[in-house]
Write a protein that binds this ligand. Structure first.
Ligand SMILES: Cc1cc2nc3c(=O)[nH]c(=O)nc-3n(C[C@H](O)[C@H](O)[C@H](O)COP(=O)(O)OP(=O)(O)OC[C@H]3O[C@@H](n4cnc5c(N)ncnc54)[C@H](O)[C@@H]3O)c2cc1C
Length: 475
């Protein structure tokens, strides 16, 4: 298809990735963003000298950022590798450090399971081999059912274990339940219950250990800024406070996007706002087909404290019974004791808080609004603060600024279906060719990008989705 101009709806990572790829391939691009700033879920919030990344904080697979941004813009970010990437804390006071230095990682496994280092090495080798293969052959391609079947069934590539239970798979290598717990909560990054997650998600902790966990000085917002700068340098026009309200198809096959009093005409369209709600933008609405099942969401508190906290940059607090907590979430209830993710960037970057203070992000997984329309998030906050105080001492009376974002805000402020922070669930029946399609069901010059489509949620995945969307459009 000959595409000389395109409109992109949404300036999150998916939309910005698509815009960069289009401009690199000679297409004139305009990006329409409803909010007053770019970034979508990755926006920042600045208040009284505190700076918070509202969404993504834990960065992996950063080579994808290099591919999207180009060497110069990527190198200017000067990303730092965190060592350890994060620490997983258990109620008995012990903690497991997720190192990405292989010698330190093996020493950490040996501390919990003396004399079994070869098991840890075997785990890393088995999962990493599958990950490298899956990334090149599955994640970075938009498969049809047939090409997907050919890929996974080709001789030498069949790994039946990837479809089994994550917990059972991990228990084959490790005996200490705490090590198993430290290597199995990660599907919640994607909103997927560790109880329903296939074993292939072992690739998440292994990617963190092998590829590292990274930080951009200034936070993830600095990466959004780099994407916008690079897009503008390439001539992309970014229109903020411009909400797409309707998409019309022109007689010549082009598209017209109506946004307030503006009309944006182009040969093609990339919809990088959440996929399912965006179907309503099209003339007469687009037939929705079967709605996917959405994953768990999150409730996040942003706490500006007037004291430092003795926490690593990233910390995960696991409850006494994590498997019971996941079962509660799956049933649409808040567990009595929740898993908590804490981000304390002040440990690495003093610029995120006034001197002597810290900018603490507290995230608890919660069911999405389809599963649980009403949740007692105030009670959850109290339990979370008590759990943090048990580790780091008083924080309640040290809170100077505070904001909360939960499923309602994700739905209202970002237009996310059912307030699901990570989009459709990432179970096997909703992955690869079974996930909502990149191509529009009947318009050849319209494609989707972002966590609502393929390959899935998370900054690396939506950056890939932007590229796959452009490939589909220009093929
Ligand atoms: C709390 C939280 C923590 C996370 N943590 C991590 C993490 O640590 N690491 C990681 O890799 N990932 C993380 N993620 C996931 C990651 O943030 C997302 O997968 C990714 O940012 C989604 O990008 P996107 O471009 O698909 O969507 P979005 O960022 O949601 O962007 C879509 C954009 O479209 C705009 N829009 C919507 N409707 C319209 C319209 N009609 N017209 C114009 N514009 C419109 C929205 O305003 C928004 O800016 C996290 C997500 C959340 C919510």
């Amino acid at each position: 298809m000959s595409v000389r101009s395109a409109v992109v709806i949404g300036a999150g990572f998916a939309g910005l990735s698509a815009a960069l790829e289009l401009s690199r391939r000679g297409v004139a691009v305009r990006v329409l963003e409803a909010a007053d700033r770019p970034g979508g879920r990755a926006q920042q919030w600045n208040e009284r000298g505190y700076r918070f990344d509202l969404g993504p904080t834990l960065l992996v697979m950063t080579d994808l950022l290099r591919t999207a941004l180009g060497d110069a813009a990527f190198d200017a970010l000067a990303l730092e590798r965190l060592e350890p990437g994060y620490r997983v804390c258990f109620p008995d006071g012990a903690s497991f450090a997720m190192h990405s230095d292989i010698a330190l990682a093996l020493a950490e496994f040996a501390r919990f399971e003396p004399g079994r280092a070869s098991r840890a090495l075997r785990y890393l080798a088995d999962v990493h081999g599958a990950h490298v293969d899956a990334r090149a052959r599955i994640l970075e391609r938009d498969h049809t059912l047939a090409s997907f079947a050919r890929t996974i069934l080709s001789p030498g590539r069949i790994r039946p274990w990837i479809a089994g239970s994550l917990r059972a798979f991990t228990e084959r290598y490790f005996a200490d339940p705490r090590v198993v717990q430290a290597l199995t909560f990660q599907p919640l990054y994607l909103g997927t219950s560790p109880l329903r997650a296939p074993a292939m998600y072992a690739l998440l902790p292994v990617e963190e250990m092998v590829g590292g966990v990274w930080y951009a000085r200034g936070g993830t917002g600095a990466i959004v800024d780099a994407f916008v700068r690079e897009a503008q340098r390439r001539g992309v026009d970014v229109h903020l406070e411009t909400r797409a309200e309707r998409v019309e198809t022109r007689a010549d096959g082009g598209v017209r996007v109506l946004a307030g009093s503006g009309r944006f005409e182009a040969d093609a369209l990339v919809v990088a706002a959440d996929r399912e709600p965006s179907l309503a933008l099209f003339d007469g609405g687009t037939r929705r087909g079967r709605s996917p099942r959405y994953g768990h969401s999150a409730c996040v508190w942003y706490l500006g404290l007037d004291r430092p906290v003795a926490l690593d940059h990233h910390t995960v607090l696991l409850p006494n019974d994590p498997w019971g907590a996941y079962a509660h979430l799956d049933a649409g209830r808040l567990p009595d004791e929740s898993m908590l993710y804490l981000c304390n960037p002040s440990a690495t970057d003093p610029s995120v808080a006034p001197p002597g203070g810290s900018a603490l992000l507290v995230l608890a997984p919660v069911p999405n609004r389809a599963l649980a329309p009403q949740l007692d998030l105030d009670a959850l906050r109290e339990r979370a603060i008590a759990a943090i105080e048990a580790r780091v001492g008083p924080i309640r009376e040290h809170i100077v600024v505070e904001r909360r974002r939960g499923p309602q805000e994700f739905e209202r402020e970002l237009g996310l279906m059912h307030g699901a922070a990570f989009g459709p669930d990432h179970t096997l029946d909703q992955m690869g060719p079974f996930r909502p399609a990149i191509r529009h069901p009947h318009l050849r010059n319209v494609v989707f990008a972002g966590s609502g489509t393929r390959p899935g949620s998370g900054v690396p995945m939506v950056v890939i989705s932007g590229r796959l969307a452009v490939d589909a459009l220009l093929s």
